[in-house]
Design a binder for this molecule. Structure first.
Ligand SMILES: Cc1cc2nc3c(=O)[nH]c(=O)nc-3n(C[C@H](O)[C@H](O)[C@H](O)COP(=O)(O)O)c2cc1C
Length: 166
């Protein structure tokens, strides 16, 4: 059972949470939503608010849902769910109902966004800003190798409006 906590009481570093443990980025409502695994992004402070920033390639099906909605959620899991995160990071929701396949239980927040009951930590985020990465601004030429298909990420900065933890 998840209970509401204060974002400032998070015990784990964002680098470990996002980069090593991975997360599910989910957008939409319980009738129509999609989720994908992400390991790039961060947590911080901007415009005097606690924020999350995530990087989403416009080719992802989840991108369409993030674009459509005002909110998205970041769900973090215990290690036993690693296979589920691998599944959600390799299959596209365009091709199969991967949420059903994952066995995860979608739950609606008060704001109508969707997160997963099995998560150990959920950040509910309200979009504040987006920007598309411009390769002309890459200051290290090694970055370009991440974009053989030129599908440069869109970065979303979003206010963390609710935090739930086990
Ligand atoms: C560990 C891991 C991390 C990933 N991180 C990101 C990410 O930060 N941004 C992104 O756009 N895709 C990322 N992906 C790829 C998407 O999760 C993957 O393409 C997924 O199938 C997209 O699903 P969708 O088309 O249903 O949205 C990652 C995949 C894995 C396995």
């Amino acid at each position: 059972m998840l209970k509401k906590i204060n974002i400032n009481d998070l015990k784990q570093s964002a680098t470990k949470l996002i980069g090593k443990d991975w997360m599910l980025v989910t957008a939409g409502n319980t009738e129509s939503c999609n989720t994908m695994t992400a390991s790039w992004g961060g947590l911080g402070e901007l415009w005097n608010r606690p924020v999350a920033f995530i990087f989403v390639r416009p080719t992802r099906y989840t991108y369409e849902f993030i674009e459509r909605e005002n909110f998205f959620t970041l769900s973090f899991f215990e290690e036993k769910h690693r296979k589920t995160l691998q599944l959600c990071g390799t299959i596209s929701g365009r091709k199969s109902d991967k949420i059903a396949e994952s066995g995860l239980t979608p739950v609606a927040s008060d704001n109508g966004s969707v997160f997963f009951q099995e998560a150990k930590l959920v950040l509910e985020c309200k979009k504040l800003y987006f920007a598309d990465l411009n390769p002309e601004n890459f200051l290290d030429q090694n970055i370009e190798k991440h974009y053989p298909h030129k599908d440069y990420h869109r970065v979303y900065v979003a206010e963390i409006v609710n935090t739930y933890a086990k």
